[in-house]
Design a protein around this ligand. Structure first.
Ligand SMILES: Cc1cc2nc3c(=O)[nH]c(=O)nc-3n(C[C@H](O)[C@H](O)[C@H](O)COP(=O)(O)OP(=O)(O)OC[C@H]3O[C@@H](n4cnc5c(N)ncnc54)[C@H](O)[C@@H]3O)c2cc1C
Length: 406
């Protein structure tokens, strides 16, 4: 009897899903691969969206794959389709349009969707924006061109990107953060003050401990934002970076364990046979710190996409990378490496900061091992710190010596 080719279905064509599809194709030239997304596009670079918003890269440079490239590799790309349900016993993905996709192995690489601003008035203004997709970015650019004033809400990376993008486009920008600082669980007071200074150097007004209470509309767009302290701020646009909700609804009833994300072992296998998870949506077992970790970074999505492809094709590769988020930070830059007190509050930390020079380093230790770090400003020493985190080598002598690694 002729044997059937293996069938792989991948939900989500971001960095994790697309890398997995291409890894599978390399390892198994004859398997069937279906890659699906509810967005209308093949893979594009989310990390490049802020530069597109600022006008420093053209839209075509943001796209990373074409439909033709997928066809050439024999990867069936279905765009604009929604995975509605997974039948784990029947090994089938049910699409919203009624189609059923049988699988031998399934990857969930569905990332997250941006949380909407829950605030009276927001729902009736077309210039209140999230910043997650190509379409969000196109819509922001269309409205920002005529705008003069912007308010951004949130204390994480997406709100920073919006603030920087608006300021760079010449809008008078106010950045509202409910908490005491940017990345409040990762940085400390000194780090937060340096980020505020970098923002103010670029003409941004930074406000802490304030939230939007009401959005006051004007002709279908935003007119002003009233804050919880009673202040009214003029605004043509509002940018919203208040976190993600992971796309896991379609797994209901499958028995796949979900905590903060989809729980996987060190091979990126979920609790249900033949279902794997990777990228932003995965809460993976991180062998570097011997605990579960969730990491929304581009490099992590790429690296997990490759490892999970190997394992879906029958391999047994342990995922062992040091997740790293690098980004501009106004006229400076930031790197968040490894594990921080954001997901492991029990870690020991040490800080060195120079406010005038806008330089900052915070190191995170588990016992005598360096497991994470944040740097703002000079990137010197990052490579060797990453190597130390990867090797798990104990630090001999005073831990402060790590600050001076070059
Ligand atoms: C504006 C912005 C800037 C960023 N900057 C940086 C940076 O500087 N450095 C960095 O390291 N990281 C950055 N990131 C984060 C990084 O882009 C993500 O960590 C990475 O893209 C996640 O990839 P992924 O493959 O896990 O998921 P995603 O890229 O989110 O892909 C998941 C896909 O699955 C689709 N999907 C979800 N549910 C379904 C369903 N039911 N049916 C069909 N399709 C579905 C989604 O629509 C999406 O297209 C940035 C992100 C954004 C938005």
């Amino acid at each position: 009897m002729a044997t059937r080719e293996r069938r792989y279905v991948i939900i989500g064509n971001g960095a994790a899903g697309t890398t997995c599809a291409e890894t599978l194709r390399k390892l198994d030239p004859s398997c069937e691969i279906t890659l699906l997304t509810d967005e209308p596009y093949p893979l594009y670079n989310r990390v490049a969206l802020p530069r597109y918003l600022k006008g420093v890269v053209r839209e075509e440079r943001v796209f990373m794959r074409t439909k033709e490239q997928h066809e050439e590799k024999g990867i069936r790309l279905l765009t604009g389709v929604v995975a509605e349900k997974v039948d784990a016993d029947g090994h089938t993905v049910l699409l919203q349009d009624g189609r059923e996709l049988p699988y031998d192995a399934l990857l969930v690489a569905s990332g997250g969707r941006a949380n909407k601003l829950e605030c009276p008035g927001a729902e009736c203004c077309r210039t209140v924006f999230n910043f997650q997709t190509m379409d969000d970015t196109r819509n922001i650019i269309a409205e920002a061109t005529a705008g003069k004033h912007a308010v951004v809400i949130g204390g994480g990376f997406i709100s920073y990107e919006l603030t920087d993008g608006f300021a760079e486009r010449g809008l008078h920008t106010t950045w509202l953060m409910r908490g005491p600082r940017f990345l409040r669980r990762t940085l400390d007071e000194e780090g937060g003050a340096i980020v505020d200074a970098l923002a103010r150097d670029c003409g941004v007004e930074v406000c802490h401990g304030e939230e939007a209470e009401t959005i006051i509309p004007k002709n279908g767009t935003v007119g002003r934002v009233r804050t919880t302290s009673g202040r009214e701020i003029e605004a043509d646009l509002v940018g919203v970076g208040v976190g993600l909700t992971l796309n896991v609804d379609f797994l209901e009833g499958t028995g796949v364990e979900i905590r903060k994300g989809i729980v996987t072992d060190k091979y990126l296998r979920t609790s249900v046979p033949d279902i794997y998870a990777a990228g932003d949506v995965a809460e993976f077992y991180d062998v570097a710190v011997e605990s579960y970790n969730i990491m929304g970074t581009w490099d992590n999505a790429l690296a997990q996409g490759r490892t999970v492809g190997v394992n879906m094709a029958g391999g047994s590769e342990v995922y062992h990378e040091v997740p790293t988020y690098t980004s501009t930070l106004f006229k400076s830059n930031i790197a968040v490496m490894g594990v921080t007190q954001d997901n492991r509050p029990d870690l020991e930390s040490l800080t060195r900061a120079d406010h005038d020079e806008r330089q900052y380093k915070k190191l995170f230790f588990k016992g005598d091992r360096l497991v994470g770090a944040v740097t703002i400003g000079s990137p010197r020493g990052r490579k060797r710190m990453l190597a130390l985190m990867h090797s798990g080598e104990p630090i001999e002598g005073p831990k402060e010596a790590v600050f001076d690694i070059r």
